[in-house]
Design a protein around this ligand. Structure first.
Ligand SMILES: *Cc1c(COP(=O)(O)O)cnc(C)c1O
Length: 404
């Protein structure tokens, strides 16, 4: 019996299995790809499971969060509040109060008003928040992955407005801008494209410091590290990245070597993607007009990763409040975007057979429509090699038991 057959027999399906040995390898590999001294923020959006976050923390990662739920998971995983970066375009006063109460002091801000909200929340608790100004540059340089800059966006302050706005940003009380945050692309398989993007980021940051006085105590250059999603494969290796990045830093921010600029990057999928495998059982196999349908106990309620597969919402939402000002409606989440495969190549299968989907440790459970149609959430089994560390299941159904 294979390891997965045993786990399926013991804990049932659908189940995600996360192997912390693989989490640790991913983490160590990412640090080895970066110049010495780089901070790595783990984007809990990819997988907020506290055991995964803890494994990443123990190897030196910090946490990037964007909700009170992720805050709770980061704290459960043992992150010190000072190692947490709070990001997102829709930070509410309640969330900011909770984050500051918990000791979080570093925020990425996306507009002047966002900065004012952070400043006001910090002042309510007689403290000062350190803020990174997320920048939406005037153009981008690469063409792969999910492009986030150079267009109108809920993310980041438009770079061309900074000459005018910088004095206003600096005048906000309760919040001090200490650096910049860029997030230009996701899932870049092409190393040259990734380096090109970083060159553009470093050049923009240096130029903004020079021209508008943008502080650069801490510069978060974003991420883009690629990992396969729900298909077999390996994490992308970036053999030229470390040297390439060092050369770019020497060129644009030479004082990085003295530590005068603290450097950071972010990753979700690279750190947690390859550690996860989905175990699903065949419930039924049926033929219809020459097509074979293999019906699993896991659908898009279990593995519907919006960010992983680029699935975009088709709908245009219409609100009843109509006026004269054009605008885009967006939510607070950090991503633009019940058939699992239309042409899979499968063996002979019958009800009860087990199928496994590799590389779903990122954008699995929590990026899926887990409450859609009311099935239980999948079981999540954390292992380290052959040892089972924890078994859990998100219990959203109990939410109806809570009355306010
Ligand atoms: C989603 C997101 C990440 C993680 O992206 P990956 O492609 O999973 O590495 C990092 N930073 C920000 C700001 C994000 O929105």
């Amino acid at each position: 019996m294979s390891k997965y057959d045993e786990l399926a027999a013991r804990f049932g399906t659908p189940a995600y299995v996360y192997d912390l040995d693989v989490t640790a390898q991913s983490r160590d590999q990412l640090f080895s790809l970066l110049p010495e001294g780089f901070a790595v923020y783990y984007a809990l959006k990819a997988n907020p499971h506290p055991e995964i976050a803890r494994e990443l923390r123990e190897g030196g990662c910090r946490a990037e969060i964007s909700s009170t739920g992720e805050l709770a998971n980061a704290l459960t995983a043992g992150f010190a509040p000072e190692d947490i970066l709070y990001t997102g375009p829709g930070k509410t006063d309640g969330e900011l109060d909770a984050a500051i109460t918990a000791g979080v002091r570093l925020f990425s801000v996306e507009s002047l008003t966002d900065l004012q909200h952070v400043g006001a929340a910090a002042e309510r608790q007689d403290t000062v928040a350190r803020c990174l100004l997320r920048v939406n540059t005037t153009q981008g340089s690469a063409s792969t992955g999910i492009r986030m800059m150079g267009r109108p966006s809920q993310f980041g302050v438009d770079a061309e407005t900074l000459p005018e706005l910088m004095p206003l940003f600096k005048a906000v009380t309760g919040a001090k801008i200490v650096g910049a945050h860029f997030f230009t692309m996701s899932n870049a398989q092409d190393e040259d494209a990734l380096l090109g993007e970083y060159e553009f980021v470093l050049q923009s940051a240096a130029q903004l410091r020079q021209e508008v006085g943008l502080p650069l105590e801490l510069l978060d250059i974003g991420g883009g590290f690629s990992s396969p999603y729900a298909v077999p494969g390996e994490r992308t290796d970036y053999p030229k990245l470390r040297n390439g990045l060092e050369q770019l830093l020497d060129l644009y921010l030479p004082e990085w070597r003295s530590g005068a600029v603290e450097l950071a990057c972010e990753s979700g999928r690279y750190l947690s993607g390859t550690c996860g495998t989905l175990l699903a059982s065949v419930v039924n196999v049926k033929e219809s007009r020459g097509h074979r349908f293999v019906i699993l106990d896991a659908g898009i309620n279990v593995v519907g990763g919006l960010s992983g597969i680029g699935r975009l919402l088709p709908a245009a939402v219409g609100v009843e409040q109509i006026g004269d000002n054009p605008g885009q409606l967006v939510g607070p989440l950090c991503t633009p975007g019940d058939s699992l495969s239309k042409a899979a190549k499968l063996p002979e299968l019958a009800a009860g057979d087990l199928l496994t989907v590799p590389n779903v440790g990122a954008y699995g459970v929590t990026a899926s429509l887990i409450s859609f149609l009311g099935r239980p959430a999948p079981t999540e089994v954390v292992v380290r090699g052959n040892e089972v560390i924890s078994v859990s299941r998100l219990d959203y159904q109990r939410a109806y038991e809570v009355s306010l």
